[in-house]
Structures are given as structure tokens and as C-alpha cells.
Design a protein around this ligand. Structure first.
Ligand SMILES: Cc1ncc(COP(=O)(O)O)c(C=O)c1O
Length: 475
């Protein structure tokens, strides 16, 4: 494998990678999380490099109970290992073996398309929740997460769930969607949006997306409404907000419920209002690849106190909260745990930083890949739409896309094709419609690695790989 080594300062700076031999294991664990690379270098009394500790090493030490003896890092570090071939970073040493810089090494370690950004703050909350023994679905973190997240979306109530699929299910169930009902769903989305409609016995009506926004448009919705239409589910795909003011007006005029699927668009807004604030109920996902994560997790937000109460009741087996084991309806167990919520609380405090990091990553790709022939980026949105970057997206000629993905894979870089249009898949054959725009995007779209590991060195490397593949495809 061809390693590109360059002495580039990481966001964490050199100090973010260093621990002293006299430091404790917890210092190393927190620093390895905070620098984003999952490792630290240990230095001795004169500042000389002693060795490297990865989170893998520290996990092993914890499992072995090494922390019980309150060891210093000097006691647990293996000496050497400073220059492992698979290490994403290596120390730069001076003549006296002191660490004077950190080199990033693009291509040394696998670069996934998404990585959760977990810091010491998530770890401390999680340990706190664990040690409180409130590890199921009651606890302080749950209530804090629900109210903080709802407030962030401009809604009064948050009902946290075990994932972003069941939150959609819960929203539809609470609104009474069922057999005989039609729900308008975009063709270009993750399958969960349509699956929940089917699981409730209703019919997903798949509609094409707009070439500019990549979301459903009010015009398409209007054309698709039938006497059986009960609800519309706009999905803010890849962080791009649908025109929600118009969709809400249309829904009000035509007596339809709106359920926004905001799984991929935490922090996006339309007309200055956050996504999630335009609907009867909005749903978010906190899967590990999402902007804010709780591992697995989801939430429903609403302004309506009755709907919130009903969702809480249905989430908890349909039990009346004030009367134990009294079931008003056959409900579900869709609850989030306090452990999940503890991670979510720390993530929410860091959310603005995540959005800024993702915006910069996308700008970096635009700068590095923008001039390559055949490579395009999502069309800029009109000013009323304020998108966020979930995955940074690019478009490539359909016939070249597999070669780009393969070439990056060989260089240890993970690219993903967009979702398949729902109408193209066997599971949705009964509901399939002609959706040319969705088909085009799904054939050409690429998700690029989007995490704090992506820097100018990474984007330049991907640009170089793309340029090589595109040149070859020309011949
Ligand atoms: C648009 C959309 N809706 C729903 C979901 C389902 O969320 P989860 O994976 O948390 O169940 C996802 C994501 O994974 C998604 O991207």
C-alpha cells in the first residue's frame, strides 16, 4: 500500500496526542477519544517518546482489571510501537526522541464513510448513567434529552424512542394511520420511511423527488392526493430541507397530517425555522452515522400535548402512566434507555461543532473535486432552505461510479452509493411508480467519508484517485 506521509497538524494539536508516563489510564482514554484518532503517545520524564497506547490497548487493560491497581501509563505502555504501519498518525521525533509534531498518514488506516464522534463528555455521562443503575428507560438523562432536543427543534414535547424507525412508526400509529390510508412518501429515502407505513397496514404512495431540492415538492404532493390520502411524509434527505412552509399550508388546506422524517437533517432549517417544527409530529434518528448519535435511538417531537401523551402511552406498551399494568391499547415497547440518552445529552451540547465540522468537510470536497470532469455536487439550495451536511454527497457518471468506489476501496477509503430508489426494489414492487429523478440520483450519487478525520490531505487524495479513474474511463 502506498502511504502518503505529511507533517500536518491535526485539529487536536500535538498535545492532544501526548500523555506523560505518570498520567493515569483515564487521562489516556479521554485524550484518545478527544483527539478523534483513538490513540495517544506516552512520553517519559525527559519528554522522550516511550510508546503508543490505543483505545484497543486501554480496553484490554480495563477488561483485565488493570485500573484496580491505579497504574500509571508508564506501567502499562508497551515500549516501541511508535511507527506501526496501520497507525493513522505517527509522532515526529527530534534528535533526542522528543515528540515535536504529529504526522497524519492518509491511507494507513481504513477511512469509513461515517464515524461517531465520541468524546470524554459522552464517556463521563455514560459512566454516570451506568453507575446510577438507571440503565433502562427511566432516568434523568431521558427527560433531559427529550426536553433539550424538543427545544432545539422549536417543539414543546419530545418522546425518545429506541431508534428512528420506530419513532416514525409511533408517529403514524399515534395519528391513527392504518389500513385503507395512503401516506405520500418520497421515492429517494432510506427504506424505513416506507416500511413503517406498510407495517401499519397503510399504503405508501411513492413520489418522485424534485431535481433541485432532492425532496418531495408541494406540486407533486398536490397531484398525488386521493380521497384516501391521510398524511404526507417529507424526508429531508442528505440534510436538504424540503419546502416545509408550502407543504404545511397544502396539508392544512387538504386536511392531511404532516410527519417530517428528519433522520438525516438535524439542524437544517427552512424559512428560518428548524426542520421538525413544521409538522404534527417530526421524527429524528440517532443511529451511529447520524449527526447526533445515541448509538441506536430516535425521537418524536410535537407541539400537541395530547399527541405527546398518546405517543408516550403507545411507546410504553399502551399502558396508562398513572395506572400500572392497565393497557388502554395494544402498544409497543419503543423506549430509549437512559444509557442511550446520556450519550445523546453530551452530543447535543456538541451539535453546533458537529454541524460546523461537516460543513467544512463538504466545502473541502467541493474545493478538491469541483473541477474534475463529470463530478458534480448537490445543487445549491435557494436562500430559504438552509441545508446541513449529513454525508457529503457528490454525483458521478453512473457508469464510472462503481470504478470510483472500487478505486477508493483499494486505497482504504469507504465510499457509498446513494440509496436505491424505493420503486426499483422488490419489496416495494406493489407501490412502484415512475420516479426518473430519484432513479437518476440513485444511479449517480456517492456519499463521501464525512467525519473529523477528513482534512485537506484526505480530500486531495480522493481527488487524485478520482482523477486517475476519470482519465482511464475517457480512454
Ligand atoms: C430517512 C431515514 N429515515 C429513517 C431512518 C431510520 O432510522 P434508524 O436507523 O434509527 O431506525 C433513517 C436512517 O437510518 C433514515 O435515513
Amino acid at each position: 500500500m502506498n502511504l502518503h506521509v505529511a507533517s500536518i497538524e491535526t485539529e487536536a494539536g500535538t498535545d492532544g496526542f501526548l500523555c506523560r508516563a505518570t498520567d493515569s489510564m483515564w487521562t489516556a482514554i479521554e485524550r484518545a477519544l478527544d483527539n478523534g484518532f483513538g490513540l495517544v503517545f506516552v512520553t517519559g520524564g525527559n519528554g522522550e517518546a516511550m510508546g503508543r497506547l490505543t483505545l484497543g490497548d486501554l480496553r484490554q487493560a480495563l477488561r483485565d482489571g488493570a485500573h484496580l491497581g491505579n497504574p500509571t501509563l508508564g506501567e502499562i505502555v508497551r515500549t516501541g510501537g511508535l511507527d506501526e504501519a496501520d497507525s493513522p498518525v505517527a509522532p515526529v521525533l527530534d534528535g533526542r526522541r522528543r515528540i515535536v509534531g504529529i504526522e497524519k498518514r492518509a491511507g494507513a488506516a481504513f477511512l469509513p464513510v461515517a464515524e461517531p464522534d465520541l468524546s470524554h463528555a459522552e464517556l463521563r455521562n455514560l459512566m454516570d448513567a451506568f453507575l446510577s443503575t438507571w440503565i433502562s428507560s427511566t432516568g434523568e438523562y431521558i427527560t433531559r434529552f427529550e426536553s433539550s432536543f424538543a427545544a432545539r427543534t422549536g417543539m414543546s414535547h419530545g418522546v425518545a424512542t429506541s431508534n428512528g424507525t420506530v419513532s416514525l412508526h409511533l408517529a403514524l400509529a399515534a395519528l391513527g394511520i392504518g389500513p385503507g390510508d395512503e401516506v405520500i412518501v418520497p421515492d429517494l429515502t432510506f427504506a424505513a420511511s416506507a416500511n413503517v407505513v406498510i407495517h401499519l397496514g397503510a399504503t405508501p404512495v411513492l413520489v418522485d423527488v424534485d431535481p433541485l431540492t432532492w425532496c418531495i415538492s408541494p406540486e407533486t404532493i398536490e397531484r398525488t392526493i386521493t380521497p384516501r390520502t391521510r398524511a404526507v411524509m417529507p424526508v429531508h434527505v442528505f440534510g436538504r430541507p424540503a419546502p416545509m412552509t408550502e407543504i404545511r399550508e397544502l396539508a392544512l388546506r387538504r386536511g392531511l397530517f404532516v410527519i417530517e422524517d428528519c433522520a438525516e437533517a438535524h439542524g437544517a432549517s427552512y424559512d428560518g425555522q428548524p426542520v421538525g417544527s413544521f409538522s404534527d409530529v417530526a421524527s429524528f434518528s440517532f443511529f451511529a452515522n447520524k449527526i447526533v448519535t445515541t448509538g441506536e435511538g430516535g425521537i418524536c417531537v410535537t407541539r400537541d400535548p395530547d399527541l405527546a401523551r398518546r405517543m408516550r402511552m403507545l411507546r410504553d406498551h399502551g399502558m396508562r402512566p398513572e395506572r400500572r399494568y392497565w393497557h388502554e391499547e395494544a402498544g409497543y415497547n419503543f423506549r430509549m434507555t437512559n444509557l442511550q440518552a446520556s450519550i445523546g445529552c453530551a452530543q447535543l451540547d456538541r451539535m453546533d461543532g458537529f454541524l460546523e465540522m461537516r460543513r467544512k468537510v463538504h466545502e473541502g470536497y467541493e474545493a478538491a473535486l469541483g473541477d474534475l470532469p463529470g463530478i458534480a455536487f448537490p445543487p445549491p439550495m435557494p436562500p430559504r432552505h438552509e441545508p446541513v451536511t449529513w454525508f457529503s454527497c457528490a454525483l458521478a457518471p453512473a457508469e464510472t461510479r462503481p470504478k470510483l468506489i472500487q478505486a477508493c476501496k483499494q486505497a482504504n477509503i469507504d465510499l457509498r452509493p446513494f440509496f436505491h430508489g424505493l420503486s426499483s426494489m422488490p419489496a416495494y414492487r406493489r407501490y412502484a411508480r415512475k420516479c426518473p429523478e430519484s432513479a437518476r440520483l440513485s444511479a449517480c450519487g456517492i456519499n463521501l467519508p464525512t467525519s473529523r478525520k477528513v482534512d485537506a490531505q484526505t480530500t486531495a487524495r480522493i481527488a487524485e484517485i478520482f482523477a486517475g479513474v476519470l482519465k482511464e474511463s475517457e480512454n
